[in-house]
Design a binder for this molecule. Structure first.
Ligand code: CS2
Length: 498
């Protein structure tokens, strides 16, 4: 019988040589980064880059302390505790090859619901130079249409009342920064790693909005002592499934309770704006630039929007994973036209970057059928994603008089997606904090299509734009009358004729 090794520090030396293991002394690692939200993405991205730096260059002064804010984080907390912070990253290539590597850069973890004061103290510790986060698009507590901070959210109201046992990132950050100010230990960098245009600016504005009401005396100190770099983050990281753990068992003889799977591609473009120092991540491949906005725009409007499109269309067609949708010829032809005709004209100056090869590389990545990226992951919380990934492009095209037929069609497929049933009559659930509103609006839209785009919290006043309204109604009618396949054929033929 094969000897399967439980992953933890002590067993590292028993891990088979086919697996890359950390070559550095973990005891010598000093924690300088606090990261909120240790999900799969953080583990395949920032923690990977940091581990790379430690491994290849022996840079040991930027260890990560993970923080879990939500009750949901209890599972990862328990597992990382059990595995001494170690986990396996399984990188799966297009050709079916895979590489397993043990990541060891997360050296501490605090589960906030159990010990909020410990989290505040950790963030306020003089050694901490960076507080980074992946809290999802919805985690910034903004009105989806206006981008304004939502003071009415009951957890925000609670946090303002109970500053010593906060629940939100804003409660924690403001208390920690207050301590830093009172103790005179200087500021730090707050770094968002979420898929949001100008994510640094967004977290800054959201935090300052919170602080204005909760701790008004802190605002000017934050302005002077905290920096908020914008960044573009990228690596497709699906939900881990049982088959991944089994693969690790069978091929690499590792028993890891929660490994992470990802594609080989990785990118992180960061604005070099770190007030209290930073790791030399560039050695590990991170790009530091002066202006990250065009990179963010390109990625959000092409990759993330592309994902959402594959998600909505794929769900309606009864597909389960993104690669299935991306290998459907009509869907991919539609996606190509969407990108070329309606997104590319909105992208700013990309400098040296070759947009055509970037788009080509995206199709390759979407089609990787070894990454079983679930459509349900992509469609999860779409009400927070659509305004960022799609409506920003739509607004630009409307402003410049550019084409919008594909965009309108995509929004109509999102409406159709919210019917919750695929073309074969199989139902799926709508996982979204606005699911009630979405499902109801989609139901009403059968009689009165415009009802869907009248959801003000998402669309703002877009339903008053006659051009968009007309295109949307036309698309939704077509989707409800014909099969999606036929609709796509018609859309694709139309482009070919032009
Ligand atoms: C996805 C992203 O959640 C989504 O909708 O588009 O998680 C995507 O996989 C990553 O941003 C890739 O970098």
């Amino acid at each position: 019988m094969k000897n399967i090794v439980e992953l933890n520090q002590e067993n590292l030396e028993l891990i088979p040589s086919s697996v890359l293991v950390p070559s550095y002394n973990r005891d010598a690692v000093k924690t300088s980064i606090v990261h909120i939200g240790v999900g799969n993405f953080h583990r395949s991205h920032q923690a990977f880059y940091t581990d790379e730096l430690m491994n290849k260059y022996g840079v040991l002064d930027y260890g990560i302390c993970g923080i879990g804010l939500l009750d949901y984080d209890r599972k990862i907390y328990n597992i990382l505790k059990d595995q001494d912070g170690l986990y396996t990253l399984l990188v799966k290539g297009h050709d079916g090859s895979y590489v397993a590597r043990i990541i060891a850069s997360i050296v501490e973890y605090i589960f906030a619901p159990e010990n909020p004061i410990a989290v505040i103290e950790k963030m306020a510790h003089p050694d901490i130079k960076i507080i980074s986060m992946t809290i999802t698009e919805g985690g910034y507590n903004l009105n989806k249409a206006t981008g304004k901070f939502d003071y009415s959210n009951p957890v925000i109201v609670e946090d303002m009342k109970n500053p010593n046992s906060p629940k939100t990132v804003f409660g924690y950050l403001s208390q920690a920064l207050k301590l830093r100010m009172l103790r005179n230990i200087g500021g730090c960098t707050i770094q968002s790693c979420d898929n949001i245009q100008e994510n640094g600016k967004v977290i800054k504005n959201a935090l300052l909005s919170y602080v204005e009401k909760a701790e008004p005396q802190l605002a000017t100190w934050i302005e002077a002592n905290v920096s908020f770099p914008n960044s573009m983050v990228d690596r497709i990281t699906p939900v881990t499934v049982i088959e991944d753990s089994e693969l690790l068992n069978n091929e690499f003889l590792i028993d890891d309770q929660w490994p992470v799977v990802c594609e080989p591609f990785i990118q992180w473009v960061v604005e070099d704006n770190f007030i209290n120092g930073r790791p030399k991540w560039e050695k590990a491949g991170v790009q530091f630039v002066e202006n990250v906005i065009p990179f963010e725009q390109m990625k959000l409007r092409l990759l993330n929007a592309g994902h959402s499109i594959l998600g909505f269309l794929g769900a309606i067609q009864g597909y389960e994973t993104i690669d299935e949708a991306a290998n459907d010829e009509e869907i991919i032809a539609f996606l190509k036209n969407f990108m070329d005709i309606e997104v590319s004209p909105t992208l700013g100056d990309l400098g040296e970057l070759n947009l055509e090869s970037y788009k080509e590389s995206l199709f390759m990545r979407f089609k990787n059928n070894h990454i079983k990226d679930l459509i349900s992951r992509i469609c999860y919380e779409s009400s927070s994603k659509v305004p960022i990934f799609l409506l920003s492009t739509l607004k630009d095209q409307l402003n410049t008089g550019g084409q919008i037929s594909h965009l309108a069609f995509v929004i109509a497929t999102w409406c159709r997606y919210n019917d919750g049933v695929d073309k074969n009559g199989k139902t799926y659930s709508i996982e979204d904090d606005m699911s009630n509103i979405l499902i109801r609006a989609a139901a009403y839209s059968h009689q009165d299509p415009v009802r869907f785009i009248e959801i003000e919290k998402i669309f703002g006043d877009l339903s008053k734009n006659e051009r968009f309204k007309e295109e949307f109604i036309k698309s939704l009618k077509m989707i409800r009358e014909k099969s999606l396949q036929e609709c796509l054929q018609l859309m694709n033929e139309k482009v070919n004729v032009l």
